[in-house]
Design a protein around this ligand. Structure first.
Ligand code: SD4
Length: 335
């Protein structure tokens, strides 16, 4: 039986998942599997904890501090992400982000709380702290998402200052790029800045946030996965949470973060769930996965974590039990 049909039938007939898991491997011979998987992230469950995409120890340290001072996971992820948004040297988030092909820095961000509330902004210009604007959308409007000029106007109404986000360094990089205008996703360009963050606070409640300037030199108006609830981020306080990075189009097509959380709901560990979500991408017919990166990080309710990517070079920063560490992700391709 085809895997997809089995899953469908299993849910229709109420077949238990324990049974399902053993049968799910029936067509595994059709699957591409990673040539090498070395587990570097022993899944040790405890909380509070903060995890984030890429090497962002300053951001996780800020979030940890918020939690240690009695703050919520929601405050922690917002303030942690703000550290990267304000850092001008980071070229794929907030101020200093690389512009689109027309020279505009446009930001995408979202946030999700323990109740499943969420807010997001897309295609936002001239405001550094997109994640905080997303939180305002969540808390102070009846909506989930604001875009472009509407999001910008809302931000000013809420007191966010107007700022030019295009730094000299990013402008120079864009002018250099224009000489060839060759567009292709750059694998692992975001090795220290674009940020997705998940936290569990002292009460055991989970929240998450994600903020980015998106792909460098994207088409004007392009929106990626990062502000799309279920794709770039998903939080279910009963189960766990996931956040994505890399080529957003591929994450959106597989609704990646929601998928990871649902797989955890069905009994998979965060690590197994991240691996399955990557396998959905690489196993698509005609997938050109060698040409792009996607990475996931996930946490479950116990504080166990997982991380997996297509290419080598992705990492997760984890603050747990007073230790702030950057851990290389395991990955599908051996390079
Ligand atoms: C996007 N997923 O806009 C984002 C880019 C990213 O680390 O994650 N960069 O497609």
């Amino acid at each position: 039986m085809k895997r997809r049909n089995f899953i469908k039938n299993a849910s229709l007939t109420g077949v238990g998942l324990a049974v399902g898991n053993s049968l799910l491997s029936c067509d595994d011979k059709y699957k591409k599997t990673s040539e090498k998987t070395v587990s570097v992230d022993a899944p040790k469950g405890s909380f509070p904890l903060v995890i984030a995409t890429w090497n962002v120890k300053n951001a996780t340290a800020k979030a940890w501090e918020v939690i240690q001072n009695g703050g919520s996971a929601l405050d922690a992820v917002e303030q942690g992400c703000m550290v990267e948004e304000a850092d001008e040297t980071g070229q794929s988030v907030g101020k200093g982000g690389l512009p689109d092909r027309d020279g505009h820095v446009t930001l995408d961000a979202c946030i999700m709380d323990k109740y499943g509330n969420c807010g997001s902004v897309v295609f936002l210009e001239n405001v550094v702290h997109a994640v905080s604007v997303a939180r305002k959308v969540m808390e102070e409007t009846p909506h989930v998402m604001l875009a472009g000029k509407g999001a910008e106007q809302f931000a000013y109404e809420k007191g966010f200052p107007k700022e030019n986000l295009l730094t000299e360094a990013s402008k120079k990089a864009w002018e250099e790029w224009k000489k060839t205008s060759e567009y292709k996703p750059i694998i692992n360009i975001e090795n220290h800045d674009t940020i997705g963050m998940l936290a569990i606070d002292k009460n055991g409640d989970i929240s998450g946030a994600c903020t980015t300037s998106g792909l460098a030199y994207k088409m004007h108006g392009r929106v990626g996965d990062s502000p799309i609830i279920g794709s770039g981020l998903f939080v279910d306080n009963e189960i766990g949470a996931c956040v994505a990075t890399g080529l957003g189009e591929e994450v959106v097509k597989t609704v990646g973060s929601f998928l990871v959380v649902e797989l955890m709901r069905q009994g998979k560990s965060p690590q197994e769930a991240c691996e399955e979500a990557i396998s959905r991408i690489v196993n698509k017919p005609n997938s050109n996965y060698k040409d792009f990166q996607v990475g996931y990080i996930a946490v479950n309710k116990k504080g166990e974590t997982g991380t997996y990517s297509i290419h080598q070079g992705f990492s997760m920063t984890k603050f747990q039990e007073n230790s702030n560490e950057n851990l290389q992700s395991t990955h599908f391709l051996t390079e």
